[in-house]
Design a protein around this ligand. Structure first.
Ligand code: NI
Length: 178
């Protein structure tokens, strides 16, 4: 599988908890570059390292102000509630209304090892929570309520049959959303 292939629903790497980055070296910098490339090509607004098969705690995002890399991200505070229609590059072509905390305080490191501390709400906060979930092996399906989850699993079962039938196991032919 290519280093640029986004792993999709059903791939075990999406269920694994990514490991802490202990050393921000040239490898980490080139991984971040590759992730940004893949994110823009998809196109998407965020990407976690395990989505391209690398089990390290790194995500990248761009909500319109240029690409940002966050290493060892952690949400140290969250507050409020916001419902928003959320999609995922690893579950291509599908989206659901999901309620999560509205405001979060994210901390982590940038590529120079400097501390990052961002307090934000709504869309940016949603991206942080979604990408951090990826690094913890959690897909957005698990954030759905019971009824939504049952319906989602039915659609995904059908989808994986469709993907095999079209010879497109990674679902790349269906990409095109955030
Ligand atoms: Ni995602």
């Amino acid at each position: 599988m290519s280093l640029h292939t986004i792993r999709t629903y059903g791939h075990p790497v999406l269920r694994s908890v990514a490991a802490e980055v202990t050393d921000i070296d040239a490898k980490v910098v080139s991984l971040a570059d590759r992730m940004i490339e893949v994110m823009y090509a998809a196109p998407g607004v965020g990407l976690a390292a395990n989505q391209i098969g690398v089990q390290r705690r790194i995500f990248v995002y761009d909500i319109g102000d240029g690409p940002v890399t966050v290493i060892n991200p952690e949400i140290v505070e969250s507050d409020g509630e916001w419902t928003y229609e959320e999609g995922c590059l690893s579950v291509p072509g599908l989206s659901w209304e999901i309620t999560r905390p509205d405001r979060v305080h994210l901390v982590g490191r940038d590529l120079d090892g400097n501390e990052i501390s961002i307090e934000t709400d709504e869309f940016e906060s949603r991206v942080f929570q979604h990408e951090l979930d990826h690094l913890n092996g959690v897909l957005l399906i698990e954030r759905l309520d019971e009824d939504q989850q049952r319906e989602a699993k039915r659609v995904l079962r059908q989808r994986s049959i469709d993907l095999r039938a079209t010879g497109d196991p990674d679902g790349l032919g269906l990409l095109g959303q955030a």
